[in-house]
Design a protein. Structure first.
Length: 178
């Protein structure tokens, strides 16, 4: 396994609709493993493949004690409404309140290529929707009011005016104390 570089706001791949995987092979499994490792090192609750520069429909989630990969995920049901603050590993230090359905049912494939159906609510449902948005080139900023979004993007640009590229190296997570 290896850590992958994170793509940050401004990187074109974050705005691309990622392509279906179809068949899960060794390359996809390696991508999933690397994404789990990168998400853990970056202390995220989810990560989509285009955030590591790969425009394929693969995402990983670690929320409410559950870790899973979603390959070619589709939301088949959604209901309710909830508002909560979100952030994104591709837009560090920027947060905003996002309104989303409270509960979703998804269908996807796991790391082995087996199809599954999952019913999720709360933080898990939010993380799933945030990651599936990524696969469609959508960022949480897009769910905010135009004024709020403009404010946050300006803040981001001020803080990143000296950046020379759109990627960031992720440092290996230090071992938790025992
Ligand atoms: Ni994100």
């Amino acid at each position: 396994m290896s850590l992958r570089h994170l793509h940050l706001l401004g990187s074109p791949v974050l705005r691309q609709r990622s392509a279906e995987v179809g068949t899960v092979d060794d390359e996809v499994r390696r991508l999933v493993d690397d994404m789990f490792e990168t998400m853990d090192a970056a202390k995220g609750v989810g990560l989509a493949a285009n955030q590591v520069g790969v425009a394929r429909r693969v995402a990983v989630v670690d929320a409410e004690g559950e870790r899973f990969a979603m390959i070619d995920p589709v939301i088949v049901e959604s209901e309710g409404r909830s508002v909560a603050e979100e952030g994104c590993l591709s837009i560090p230090d920027i947060y905003g309140d996002v309104t989303r359905p409270e509960r979703v049912v998804i269908e996807a494939m796991d790391r082995e290529g087996n199809r599954y159906r999952m019913d999720a609510a709360g933080l898990k449902a939010r993380a799933i929707q945030h990651e599936i948005d990524h696969l469609d080139g959508i960022l949480f900023l897009d769910h905010l009011s135009p004024i709020r979004r403009q404010m946050l993007v300006s803040k981001w640009r001020r803080e990143h005016k000296d950046d020379t590229g759109y990627t960031k190296e992720v440092q290996t997570a230090s071992a938790p104390p025992d």
